[in-house]
Design a protein around this ligand. Structure first.
Ligand SMILES: [Mg+2]
Length: 199
């Protein structure tokens, strides 16, 4: 892979970018930690401990419990107290003034997260909030090509690398589980992304 220029050297137009949801727009890990505590009595998880995207690799919790918590979050964003990450809604609303918003998620079902996004993005017309739920990470490159949005904000490092291999322009959204060297663009929060946008 060739080393990219610094983040500040690029300017992204609103119609050129799409977004992952979990770990990027939504603070899914806090929701995970909250449900683990409230419904399973597990008080020991800290966000910094989550150093792998695959939770069973970094948390000492039975796999079936991890699966049960994830299913709760997928089915019921409101009931699991899913909240946006700082700055996400403000920046997305700015982008929506210029272009429809596109979200591409590996979630298998669209409706619950669509309802959540529509509520959190109140004031943005629902027909400007477009969501593709692929069910699989590996389908994201194809979807992004079809919708014609090369830039993609994503927290899953392997997906970022796959997008790059497909000639797309992933931007890693910095999280404890995507550390490690990568030549790709990386932002530490929505403020840095906002600075890369041509609004
Ligand atoms: Mg994600």
């Amino acid at each position: 892979m060739k080393l990219h220029q610094k983040n500040t050297m690029i300017k992204i137009k609103p119609h050129q970018i799409a977004f992952d949801i979990d770990g990027v727009v939504a603070d899914t890990m806090s929701s995970f930690i909250g449900i683990a505590k409230k419904e399973f009595g597990i008080n020991s998880i800290r966000k910094e401990q989550i150093t792998s995207y695959w939770l069973e690799e970094c948390l000492n919790i039975p796999e079936d419990i991890i699966g049960a918590i994830i299913n709760r979050i997928l089915a019921d964003p409101f009931g699991t107290a899913l909240e946006p990450l700082p700055g996400a809604i403000e920046t997305l609303k700015l982008i929506a003034q210029h272009s429809p918003l596109y979200f591409v998620t590996a979630r298998p079902i669209r409706e619950p997260i669509e309802e959540w996004l529509r509520q959190k993005l109140a004031g943005v017309s629902p027909d400007k909030i477009k969501i593709e739920a692929t069910g699989q990470h590996s389908l994201k490159p194809q979807v992004l090509k079809e919708i014609g949005r090369p830039y993609f904000l994503e927290d899953h490092l392997e997906t970022c690398h796959a997008l790059y291999e497909h000639g797309l322009k992933p931007i890693v959204f910095d999280q404890p589980w995507n550390q490690g060297k990568t030549p790709l663009y990386r932002v530490h929060g929505w403020g840095e992304l906002k600075a890369m946008l041509e609004l």
